[in-house]
Design a protein around this ligand. Structure first.
Ligand SMILES: Nc1ncnc2c1ncn2[C@@H]1O[C@H](COP(=O)(O)OP(=O)(O)OP(=O)(O)O)[C@@H](O)[C@H]1O
Ligand SMILES: [Mg+2]
Length: 335
């Protein structure tokens, strides 16, 4: 079964053809990062207009890369939420138009569920029950999955999401946007010598990252980090600050995720979302977890449409098919 997936929830316009929920025939991603970076974050109105310009060429490219036409496609999948309302609407309405014109089933997918299903594109065998750590621009969740489509939310962030914290830390250090990859790069040339607080929130599976970010901000404001070339000699560099921030966030994510997985006796740990692209997080989990850890390749961690098509395959197998009344749901929840 070949599914054309469409994703437009934030600042990536993406389309992909996936066979049987596991084999990627094409994966086209048009990023708007350059357009938004001058504002230091995603501007929703700009994003939706850009999706309108990109969506048709991106879908055409996905079909052509997969060497298929609409006649070879069996269903259309699209992200229906959560995300930016205007951005979601572009994908949802394009998907409806194609499904109607080509007489194909329409399957709406939760974007976060899509991130989880990137793990099914790794070719690794996934055994339930599994703990999934979702770490993205808007979420830091610990989810227990007992089967396809079954989600139990066991922990979440109480304030900033992990990706949001990376983005804010990068802004504090003047590194640019999006912050995750820039903090990672700076951290490679730094040492984790700054004393930043670990927020464990003991006795719960929840996370909190805003205190770590504020501690970094205060250190920058109080002259404890060499923010420019005029800073007194001997201060920790921005690279040291990035390394310290990354270490604290990764420590907390790795420790709490593994502790929960062991407590519940699950078979595996899966990781999903843009922050799963972080090399220190990947290495930390793989090194410290006694359980098998599955992490999608970098390109499937950040927003893409292959994960949406993969998720739709399992939804369709379970009988899901959406009607024309399906709407964009900006605040859609997984569990
Ligand atoms: N190498 C990296 N290290 C740390 N963070 C990263 C890395 N690469 C990307 N990120 C972060 O991942 C986030 C983007 O991930 P993603 O695209 O999954 O989020 P989103 O779609 O904006 O949010 P959500 O999926 O919650 O709606 C950004 O915050 C970015 O800084
Ligand atoms: Mg995302």
């Amino acid at each position: 079964m070949r599914i054309l997936g469409i994703e437009s929830s934030c600042d990536e316009t993406a389309a992909s053809v996936v066979e049987d929920g596991s084999r990627i025939l094409s994966n086209v991603i048009s990023s708007q990062i350059e357009i938004h970076s001058r504002y230091g974050g995603v501007v929703p109105e700009v994003a939706s207009r850009q999706h309108m310009l990109s969506i048709v060429p991106v879908i055409q490219q996905a079909l052509s890369d997969a060497k298929v036409g609409f006649k070879d496609i069996d269903a259309i999948a699209v992200t229906k939420g959560p995300g930016l309302a205007g951005s979601l609407l572009v994908g949802v309405n394009t998907a409806k138009a194609i499904a109607l014109a080509q007489n194909l089933p329409l399957i709406g997918v939760n974007h976060m569920e899509g991130h989880i299903y990137a793990n099914w594109l790794t070719g690794q065998k996934i055994e339930f029950p599994v703990i999934c750590l979702i770490v993205s621009g808007g979420h830091s969740d610990l989810i227990l999955m007992r089967g396809h489509g079954q989600y139990e939310l066991l922990g979440r962030t109480r304030d900033d999401a992990a990706g949001e914290a990376f983005d804010k830390a990068a802004r504090i250090l003047g590194l640019g946007y999006p912050g995750g990859p820039l903090i990672q790069k700076a951290a490679e040339s730094g040492k984790p010598i700054l004393q930043l607080p670990h927020s464990w929130i003991k006795g719960t599976n929840d996370f909190s990252f805003s205190g770590i970010k504020t501690a970094l901000l205060r250190m920058a404001e109080y002259g404890k980090i060499a923010m420019d070339e005029n800073a007194p000699a001997g201060l920790p560099s921005k690279n040291d600050a990035a390394a310290s921030f990354q270490k604290v966030v990764v420590d907390v994510l790795v420790t709490k995720c593994i502790a929960l997985a062991l407590e519940l006796g699950v078979k595996q740990i899966m990781v999903a979302g843009g922050v799963a692209a972080n090399k220190a997080l990947r290495a930390g989990l793989l090194e410290k977890s006694p359980l098998p850890v599955i992490i999608p390749p970098f390109i499937l961690c950040t927003d893409n449409a292959a994960m949406i098509a993969a998720c739709a395959y399992y939804r369709y197998q379970n009988g899901q098919k959406d009607g024309w009344e399906m709407d964009a749901l900006p605040a859609l929840r997984l569990a």
